[in-house]
Design a protein around this ligand. Structure first.
Ligand SMILES: *Cc1c(COP(=O)(O)O)cnc(C)c1O
Length: 351
């Protein structure tokens, strides 16, 4: 079986399954602005516990969970540093500056791969009255625009040790921390150990229609709750959404390993005809990022050609094409992609 259009633009394109919809329909709910939605409350407790943290806050998006997190760590006029291609600086439309008066500086890393020295080299805490002070560092795991890169635990540990000495907080953009866990075997609590705030998404590979959480101390989460309301993002009987999150954690977490296998098989199929475009050993999780700078064709033209063959992919840069595997794909879909994509690449190679 194959889908008519094979959608590899993102893992956000999944639709809630029948089982998930059933769970949503029968969820007990209440007014969450009053703190009275039992399904939201239990999801917040569950995710906080999963990461060994005191509390969590259900959010309508991962961007909101990121923004509430960094707002809790960084004062206006202070600085957050992060990798150049991280979501928090490239895909949240300047929210840190607009809402929280946060300035940013970035370091560039191949595939977004964390090396603790990169942020440590540019961190400038307590910079006095003339220079901007660094108060937090954000780490993205897995790294989305880096191609689903899993961050090495040793580097995370080192970053924690050194940044703690400097009095700098750490935020984890863990939109796909689920994928990192499945690929690395590292426990969620271990990840939780090294970060002051964490954001996670249920709406990516886990297949929920909506939902992210901000995870931290009780005090920060209580304060973030006020800011969430101030932003107009307080929700009422949103337990029907939280129920999808519970369902996703119960059922969909172990399925991520299949997404990873499928992404690897796409990378292998590309490598077989165009080894310059990708090294399959760098495909850690469910994202295949193709660097097509060695081809004459642009990513946007390649994505148009793919679309004509029934495959959707994202042109994220002039020469960067991203394909993401997810829950709603079939084996037939992957077989089709592994025929169509190499064919088009072979054509592009002789241009
Ligand atoms: C998707 C994503 C987010 C959050 O995105 P929303 O669309 O706001 O839910 C945050 N960080 C990373 C790395 C992401 O991939």
């Amino acid at each position: 079986m194959t889908n008519q259009l094979i959608d590899l633009r993102s893992d956000t394109v999944t639709k809630p399954s029948v089982g998930m919809r059933d769970a949503m329909a029968s969820a007990p709910v209440g007014d969450d602005v009053y703190g009275e939605d039992p399904t939201i409350n239990s999801l917040e407790e569950r995710v906080a516990q999963l990461f060994g943290k005191e509390a969590a806050l259900f959010c309508s998006s991962g961007s909101l969970a990121n923004q509430l997190s960094i707002r809790m760590l960084v004062n206006p006029g202070e600085e957050l540093i992060t990798e150049t291609n991280s979501h928090i600086v490239r895909a949240e439309l300047g929210a840190g500056a607009v809402f929280s008066g946060i300035t940013t500086r970035t370091w560039l890393a191949n595939r977004g791969l964390l090396s603790a020295n990169d942020p440590l080299n540019i961190a400038r805490p307590d910079s006095g009255p003339y220079l901007v002070s660094t108060t937090a560092i954000a780490v993205e795991n897995t790294h989305n625009f880096g191609g689903g890169t899993v961050q090495p635990l040793e580097e995370i540990k080192k970053l924690r040790q050194e940044s703690e000495k400097l009095g700098i907080f750490l935020h984890l953009d863990g939109a796909r921390i689920w994928n990192a866990h499945i690929a690395s075997g590292v426990d969620f609590k271990e990840y939780g150990n090294y970060f002051d705030t964490i954001s996670v998404c249920l709406s990516k590979g886990l297949g929920a229609p909506v939902g992210s959480l901000m995870v931290s101390t009780k005090e920060r989460v209580l304060k973030a709750r006020q800011w969430r309301k101030r932003y107009g993002a307080g929700m009422r009987q949103a337990g029907i959404l939280a129920a999808a999150g519970h369902y996703a954690l119960d059922n969909n977490l172990p399925l991520l390993k299949d997404d990873h296998k499928r992404a690897k098989s796409i990378a292998d199929a590309v490598y077989a005809v165009a080894p310059k475009l990708i090294d399959p050993s760098t495909v850690d999780t469910n994202i295949v990022g193709l660097d097509i700078s060695s081809l004459k064709i642009t990513a946007s033209d390649l994505s148009t050609q793919l679309k004509e063959k029934g495959v959707l992919a994202s042109a994220l840069g002039p020469k960067y094409l991203r394909l993401v595997t997810h829950l709603d794909l079939t084996d037939g879909d992957i077989e089709a992609v592994n025929q169509v994509l190499p064919q088009l690449l072979q054509r592009a190679l002789v241009l």
